[in-house]
Design a protein. Sequence first.
Length: 366
Amino acid sequence: MDTLAGATLHIHGRLDGLTLKQVASLVEKAGGRVARRVGSSTTHVVLAHSAAGLEPEDIADLAQVFTLVSEFSLRRALGLGPSMDPDNRTWTARELARHARLSEEEVERLALFDLLEPEDALFGFRDLASAREAARLLGAGVDMPALLNAGAALRRRGLRLSEARLSEAPWGDLALGRAPHLSTFDGQLTLDLGETPVRVADLAEAAEEYETAGDLGRAEGLYRTAARIDRWDPVLPFNLANVLYAQGREAEAVIAYQTALARDPGYVDALYNLGVLANLKDAYDDAERYYQTALKLEPAHAEARFNLALMLTHRRRFTEGLALWEEFIRRNPGREDLALARRYALMCRMELAAARQHEIGSDLPN
């Protein structure tokens, strides 16, 4: 999609490495909004890679009412990449389907889950190679959801379907390589063959359900398993940290937030939460560093600015605190804590005025 301005998006499925809160914030900055449920105001439905199990009939029904958007298309519109590969795109979906021996509907489904990469509804040579590999696998009996899961995972790793040799494993999923030297490929990652394959998306979904229901112990176990399997996704250790913190286990939560940050150094919510925990432990220098880094990456992060201003005010660093309060007030005219910010800003001004008066008095001759 070219622009998000004026669009109302519903995201179907779980986006890789992004929380719904992060996406909603980014979309809002681009002039759109994210709706948790499909409604009369919804204009676009984003099909996350984890939604590959949708039936073709359901996709067709959605396409009758909404503009369908792939996960990578949304990421590009948000400035998160990956960028499109250069290619000589000249074939329509119908022409590509004929050359690859697929149906036009299959081509469109492959494109919706980013296995193909059309631009202005035209496909190129790289798409043809991937489409032919898809036709080979489908012809060998691989079902479409498994193919979409595996192909999208390859794309997230910077590979195309045509660049990896996939085979159907005895357990029904796709695997990298050929028997007997197979490594499990569940659509998100490569696993060692020590145990029955498990889909990370299923683990994460179940963990979120337990967390919402208040069963934090089960949620913790599932998040730990998912984060151990998928060592790239920063959201999994972040969610684990939230569950640990909710159980009063701050030290473990810090480690999990730091793990999320190691996977994504620009993870603003992890930086903010680490700042909160450092502040609670009176580790003010660490808290300041986390808050400052979060604000450098996301200047509009109101909570980070408020907390940093409050911490500096309590530490009697009134000049820096006042600057942060004034910026907070300027940026957030409609927030409920605006009156509190104004009171703290006034307090900083009074303290600075008193300090100046004291300096003037001390300079006068006795």
